[in-house]
Design a protein around this ligand. Structure first.
Ligand code: E4P
Length: 217
């Protein structure tokens, strides 16, 4: 499963990139607002660093303006994935931009039927929001599972990009189900390394190193 980093915080992306953990990046208007940066400037900086897809979201709600915005975002770099919302206008924009050979990430997906429409409109990525479904007592993971089944049944090439990930268990379940990509906030990626038995085991080894005066260098 590929890891995209779900943030517009350039320093956080750069830190994870050094460790080889970044296969791509997703941003959205809320993440750009949080970064306090200009969308075009921060997106360009991210694209200069990361080779994989970098999602940047349109701001319009009508298809024609979304298409114009998508083309402008596409000028930033070859690896831009234009993010459009899962509305009829978003799907129209997806079809036009995909036909032009651009990567399109259809976002704000909350059902497998919506994901089916996005695949038919030629999306490169579909972004089902797990956490926001869980927030309203629905089962986000079930939606990922249904999309995986439907895409496999019919050989759709659209990649399942699990989004709105809030916990290490979300990451584990996505990998189990076979999501192509999980876009994960930096803090959750970092917390994947934690295990109390790792800490406990290391403490024992360090005590024995000290007691036996074991030295390598
Ligand atoms: C995905 O592309 C979105 O940017 C993101 O995952 C949304 O996550 P949230 O529900 O935690 O805001």
């Amino acid at each position: 499963m590929k890891f995209f980093v779900d943030t517009a915080d350039f320093d956080a992306i750069a830190e994870l990139h050094e460790l080889g953990m970044v296969d791509g990046v997703t941003t959205n208007p809320s993440l750009v607002k949080k970064s306090g940066r200009d969308i075009l400037e921060v997106t360009k900086q991210i694209c200069d660093l990361i080779d994989g897809p970098v999602s940047a979201e349109v701001t319009a709600t009508d298809a024609d303006t979304m298409i114009a915005e998508g083309r402008k975002l596409g000028e930033i770099a070859e690896n831009i994935a234009i993010k459009v919302p899962l509305t009829w206008d978003g799907l129209k924009a997806c079809k036009v931009l995909s036909d032009e050979g651009r990567m399109v990430n259809v976002t704000l997906c909350f059902s497998a039927n919506q994901a089916l429409l996005a695949a038919k409109a030629g999306a490169s990525f579909i972004s089902p929001f797990i956490g926001r479904l869980d927030d309203i007592a629905l089962d986000g993971m079930e939606v990922i599972e249904d999309i995986r089944t439907i895409y496999d049944n019919y050989g759709f090439e659209t990649e399942v990009l699990a989004a709105s990930i809030r916990s290490v268990n979300h990451v584990l379940e996505c990998a189990r189900i076979g999501a192509d990509v999980a876009t994960v906030p930096p803090a959750v990626i970092k917390s994947l390394v934690n295990h109390p038995l790792t800490d406990k085991g290391l403490a024992t080894f360090l005590a024995d190193i000290e007691a036996a005066k074991i030295k390598i260098l």
